[in-house]
Ligand binder design. Structure first.
Ligand code: HEC
Ligand code: HEC
Length: 389
């Protein structure tokens, strides 16, 4: 943990493997039977049910206690957990199940094989059934070629809108901070909901020097990642349950494997040799190969909106340098998702007061001015290079 004083670190240090009475290790293990929501269920008279099962749910198949898995089996378990483990109960998502058209209203993908937006129903020990989101709800999206790609951020997902609609506060919604999240962003940390972060691309995670856009955690090795995911699942469930550690280790191994699906950066250098040359002189000192990332940068240096970086919940006074692997195929850019594309990031017009191209709000998008004063042909070459990464 980079900043032991932020709320994220304080809570984790107080509860993780302390041996004390309130140690998270004493929480009951959670691996309930689940089933995905199937697209044909949406055609029912009231859409798909959020609270009753349609088939026979199954729990993740775990090895016997104490047994280990080889790397390939661990990644396979992680792949299943990514699409099926109930990360957080989300009864509000019932609004996205009301009809065939409803999932799209909230940016959930639908797929004949994978179901509806990664949503699952879980059967609890008391027999009740709960709707939950999985990693795939936020971290899987449809690529331009129509494939669902695990790790790609779901830039259309509008969690804020689903919560407000389910609570029936549409009219008052405009003043609610969750109305400002918009697609592809949510506040995963502050109680006030005023610090939305864009859903990041998980494909390049194995190259990152720091996790979280505000660089809360150092390293993305399997153990750091597994403990981060264990913490996520415990806190997302109000510290009432914990996931089996084999599940979070498997998720970490799977997330780290996702980089295999990204193009080789050599392809980008072939597509735009001039862009590769500009990149090497202007950008590579921060975005260094092989992951095109590097140590975090002080908020005042990078100059983008500092709100998230100053968060008392998880801020560190810096932003991490995002890996540029996959940047050509992921959703909006910067930690707050205000920039729609690589071309927009390198358009000097975005700094001026009259700029109309930003997402989430109006006016200029300041900061990260690197490359903006280059001659137009160099900027074009750079954009072509980035679009192939
Ligand atoms: C409701 C949406 C949502 C769900 C469900 C979700 N995440 Fe995330 N995830 C986010 C957001 C938003 C962030 C950005 C947090 C930040 O930068 O502070 C994030 C960050 C991460 C990161 C850090 C990546 C980085 O670039 O620093 C990892 C790893 C991750 N999630 C993995 C998972 C896994 C694995 C699951 C399932 C167990 C999961 N997430 C479930 C929304 C979600
Ligand atoms: C001083 C270090 C530094 C330099 C130099 C730098 N960057 Fe960055 N870059 C960052 C940081 C930090 C961010 C994240 C800012 C944020 O999210 O607010 C970032 C974000 C980006 C993003 C958005 C990625 C995403 O997924 O959101 C792109 C694209 C990018 N940089 C490309 C470049 C290019 C091309 C150059 C050279 C013209 C360059 N950068 C120079 C530090 C740097």
């Amino acid at each position: 943990m980079v900043s032991p004083a932020n709320a994220y670190s304080v809570l984790r240090l107080a509860r993780y493997a302390t041996g004390a009475a309130d140690d998270w290790s004493r929480l009951p293990l959670f691996n309930p039977p689940v089933e995905p929501i199937l697209t044909q269920e949406l055609d029912g008279p009231a859409g798909a049910s959020a609270t009753s099962l349609s088939g026979a749910p199954v729990a993740l198949p775990l090895p016997p206690d104490g047994a280990s898995l080889d790397d390939a089996a661990l990644v396979r378990l992680g792949e299943q957990a990514f699409a099926r483990y109930p990360t957080q109960f989300a009864p509000y998502m019932r609004v996205a199940l009301a009809s065939r058209q409803a999932p799209a209203r909230y940016g959930l993908w639908t797929d004949a094989a994978a179901g509806v937006g990664g949503l699952v129903r879980a059967r609890m020990p008391d027999g009740s059934v709960w709707l939950a989101v999985t990693c795939a709800t936020c971290h899987t999206a449809r690529a331009a070629d129509g494939r669902l790609v695990a790790g790609m951020p779901n830039a259309a997902l509008n969690v804020g809108r689903a919560i407000l609609d389910a609570e029936g506060v549409a009219a008052a919604g405009a003043s609610d901070p969750r109305a400002a999240w918009g697609p592809g962003r949510l506040d995963v940390s502050s109680a006030a909901g005023t610090e939305p972060a864009r859903i990041p691309d998980l494909r390049p995670v194995r190259w990152l020097t720091h996790l979280h856009q505000d660089a809360t955690l150092r390293g993305a090795d399997p153990v750091t990642l597994a403990i981060r995911l264990e913490t996520l699942i415990i806190t997302a469930n109000n510290q009432t349950i914990r996931p089996p550690r084999i599940v979070t280790l498997a998720l970490a191994a799977y997330v780290r494997s996702l980089g295999d699906g990204l193009p080789d950066p050599k392809t980008a250098a072939v597509a735009s040799p001039a862009g590769a040359a500009v990149f090497a002189t202007t950008c590579a000192k921060c975005h260094a190969a092989p992951g095109f990332t590097g140590p975090p940068v002080a908020l005042a240096t990078v100059g983008t909106d500092p709100t998230l970086g100053r968060s008392i919940d998880r801020g560190t006074g810096t932003y991490r340098v995002p890996s540029l692997r996959g940047v050509g195929t992921r959703g909006p850019l910067l930690h707050d998702g205000t920039i729609p594309s690589v071309a927009a990031l390198f358009d000097p017009a975005r700094l001026s007061a009259g700029y109309s191209g930003r997402l989430h709000g109006t006016g200029p998008v300041r900061g990260h001015t690197y490359g903006l004063s280059l001659p137009a042909p160099d900027r074009r070459a750079l954009i072509a290079y980035l679009e192939h990464l």
